[in-house]
Design a protein around this ligand. Structure first.
Ligand SMILES: Nc1ncnc2c1ncn2[C@@H]1O[C@H](COP(=O)(O)OP(=O)(O)OP(=O)(O)O)[C@@H](O)[C@H]1O
Length: 254
């Protein structure tokens, strides 16, 4: 679904991606990990065309994103949904209006139909219809994430990009959200690209993990691949205190 080859991205004399290659396969949940500031968000934004690259190719749905007419580009944008790191709902819009933002931008639908669709999307992410008329300031952190997910699903995308979707949630809230993503992935046949720091998400929701360090993907594969890696960052990340706890839990669950 996504094919990144030899990507170089930088800001001034600071190089963030230095020959990065990555594949995301159809129907998988790929967890993307890396130390803080290594460029996980920058990669996401580069794939989405929001950050310019210096070299390399990016193909999404088999199409080179550099060789698209404006119409084809717009059509591609309709096939993906994005949940940015801060959730980023518009505070002056109600939940319903927030979910309808991509519909307004890309589709010509009657208000009635958009209202129906918004309620459907809210139901999909486990929110009651009464939430539709509330403002973001009236919602809990977990509800805000769900609304942002409903908005990302607004156009029935094939891929969703989730940038740290469980950050700021308590462990139970995070677990529920992971479960929701896994369920949606299965029922809707989605492909999910998920930037995360959350080891729980990596264990419970992701099919494969890709790890970023020094501007490249240093390892990619199922969790077992990560556990076997000798890379110092991966070792400390996957074999630290919290990781040991999760490994024990996963083992007990089998
Ligand atoms: N527009 C920009 N201009 C200059 N530097 C930038 C810009 N955007 C990001 N950076 C830099 O690129 C680097 C990678 O940032 P990025 O936000 O992708 O990291 P990250 O891996 O997502 O971190 P975190 O896990 O903390 O969110 C950082 O050093 C950041 O300061």
């Amino acid at each position: 679904m996504i094919e990144v080859r030899d990507l170089v991205v930088g800001f001034g004399d600071k190089v963030i991606m230095n020959g990065l290659s990555l594949d995301v396969y159809r129907g998988e949940i790929l967890g993307f990990v890396g130390a803080s500031g290594t460029g996980k968000s920058v990669l996401t934004r580069t794939i989405l065309g929001l950050v310019p690259k210096r070299r390399g190719t990016i193909k999404v749905f088999g199409q080179d994103v550099d060789n698209l007419t404006p119409e084809a580009r717009k059509a591609m944008e309709r096939r993906w949904g994005v949940l940015f790191q801060q959730g980023a709902l518009f505070s002056s819009l109600t939940v319903r209006q927030n979910v309808q933002v991509p519909m307004r931008e890309h589709l010509k639908l009657s208000q009635e139909l958009m209202d129906e669709l918004a309620l459907l999307k809210l139901e999909l992410v486990g929110l009651k219809p009464e939430v539709a008329d509330r403002y973001p300031s009236e919602l809990s952190g977990g509800m805000i994430k769900r609304v942002a997910l409903a908005r990302a699903l607004s156009l029935d995308p094939e891929i969703v990009f989730l940038d740290e979707p469980t950050s700021g949630l308590d462990p139970i809230g995070a677990q529920d959200f992971d479960q929701l993503i896994a369920t949606l992935q299965k029922t809707l046949g989605l492909t999910v690209f998920m930037v995360t720091h959350d080891l729980g998400s990596l264990y419970s929701a992701c099919d494969r993990i890709a790890a970023l360090a020094d501007g490249r993907v240093i390892a990619a594969g199922p969790i077992e691949t990560m556990l076997k890696s000798d890379h110092p960052w991966l070792r400390s990340y996957f074999h630290g205190e919290r990781a040991r706890h999760l490994t024990a839990e996963a083992g007990a669950g089998r």
